[in-house]
Ligand binder design. Structure first.
Ligand code: HEM
Length: 353
């Protein structure tokens, strides 16, 4: 049985630059991907060693359809295409993506060079579906002007939040990642008084202090994203959002990236934001932030990228002994939940359910 594998650099130290590359693989491109995956660590070392103090890292995620093409069933238990959500007012779209490369460093040129090297290996076999270059903005602020990332866990809490555990023994140590590219209505947002912005976010803008419960509206971003069980257990995810933008194109955005060992925690947060909790009580920041992409990926351990066969064998054996429920994939990458509903009924109170 594979040991608890060495995780990829999911919990990389804070970066000042990032590239988020979402890639689709052409039919017949599977062998090029199979050839690249074991080489990613070496490519990252080759580029990063030229400036070790700048901490280049790369996390590689695999989408559900690509998993099926590369390895066939069974999938890791939480891997499925991103489920679009249509609330009464706002929609979380699902967009194509087979591979995610999350590149981070303290210098953008390192991310750029590694992205170039990775894509040169896939030339003719894959296409970049979405590319975002993120940057650190002052004291970790997003372009809405708020400090972003404060309550993302660190240390042992972060490890516990992002690791697949005994519920899927073939893939212990792996993670799931959800990405969404948001563009902001900066004029609308900046027309709000700061106090209204603080009520939308649930924190003070300048000091970054959380609003007390009696002042924090139930549709604030922080209130809707705090998931606590009846027994007081809080379900957390690790976020590493980055601002991005283009002055000329009048585009100002936040690239959301969230890692979890239980992807259901992230999906519950999204349901609360877009459908609302209770339904209709959607996240106020969505009135100024439009999700233009959405993707869900499995982040295998580094040993899987080197050689997937031991874990695939273990997964097959586990599935033969205990078949998972039938697939709940929706239509590929662009529709509402697979059952044709909007997923409202599935709003979970417990992220681990
Ligand atoms: C436009 C996109 C987004 C922006 C600008 C944004 C910004 C922020 C800010 C400023 C905070 C408060 C400080 C902090 O603890 O980080 C926050 C908290 C949080 N956000 Fe977001 N966020 C966005 C999207 C999302 C999405 C899509 C999710 C989940 C799927 C999410 C989950 C969370 C969580 C879990 C917290 C911490 C809540 C707490 O425990 O206090 N965010 N976000």
């Amino acid at each position: 049985m594979p040991q608890q594998g060495q995780p990829q650099d999911v919990l990389a130290p804070p970066a000042t630059a990032a590239i988020f590359l979402v890639v689709t693989v052409r039919p017949g491109g599977e062998d090029a991907v199979r050839g690249l995956l074991p080489d990613i660590a070496g490519l990252t070392r080759a580029v990063g060693f030229r400036s070790p103090e700048d901490g280049l890292s790369c996390v590689t995620g695999l989408g559900a359809h690509l998993w099926d093409r590369l390895y066939g069933p069974p999938r890791p238990r939480g891997l499925h295409p991103f489920r679009a959500l249509a609330g009464a007012v706002h929609t979380a779209v699902s967009t194509p993506g087979d591979l995610l490369f999350h590149l981070r460093a303290r210098r953008p040129d390192l991310c750029f060079e590694l992205a170039r090297q990775l894509m040169s290996r896939l030339a003719g076999h894959a296409d970049v579906a979405d590319e975002v270059h993120g940057f650190r903005y002052f004291d970790e602020r997003d372009l809405l002007g708020f400090v972003d990332g404060t309550e993302s866990p660190s240390g042992p809490d972060a490890v516990a939040a992002v690791r697949v555990g005994g519920e899927d023994p073939a893939f212990t140590g792996a993670s799931y990642v959800v990405v969404q590219k948001y563009v902001h209505d900066m004029r609308g947002w900046n027309a709000l008084p700061v106090e209204a912005q603080e009520l939308a976010m649930g924190r003070e803008k300048l000091s970054d202090i959380e609003l007390p419960d009696e002042r924090k509206p139930s549709n604030s971003h922080v209130a809707l994203n705090t998931i606590v069980d009846a027994d007081g257990t809080q379900h957390q995810i690790v976020r590493d959002n980055m601002p991005f933008g283009s002055i000329g194109a009048d585009e100002f955005g936040t690239y959301f990236i969230g890692y979890a060992g239980d992807v259901g925690v992230i999906e519950t947060m999204l349901e609360k934001m877009f459908i609302g909790d209770p339904p209709g009580n959607h996240d106020r920041i969505l009135d100024f932030s439009t999700a233009v992409t959405g993707g869900l990926f499995f982040v295998p351990t580094a040993d899987f990228l080197d050689d997937p066969s031991p874990r695939l064998a273990l997964a097959s054996a586990a599935t033969a002994a205990d078949p998972p429920p039938t697939s709940d994939d929706g239509p590929p990458d662009d529709g509402p939940s697979g059952d044709g509903s909007l997923g409202i009924g599935s709003l979970r109170r417990n992220g681990t359910s």
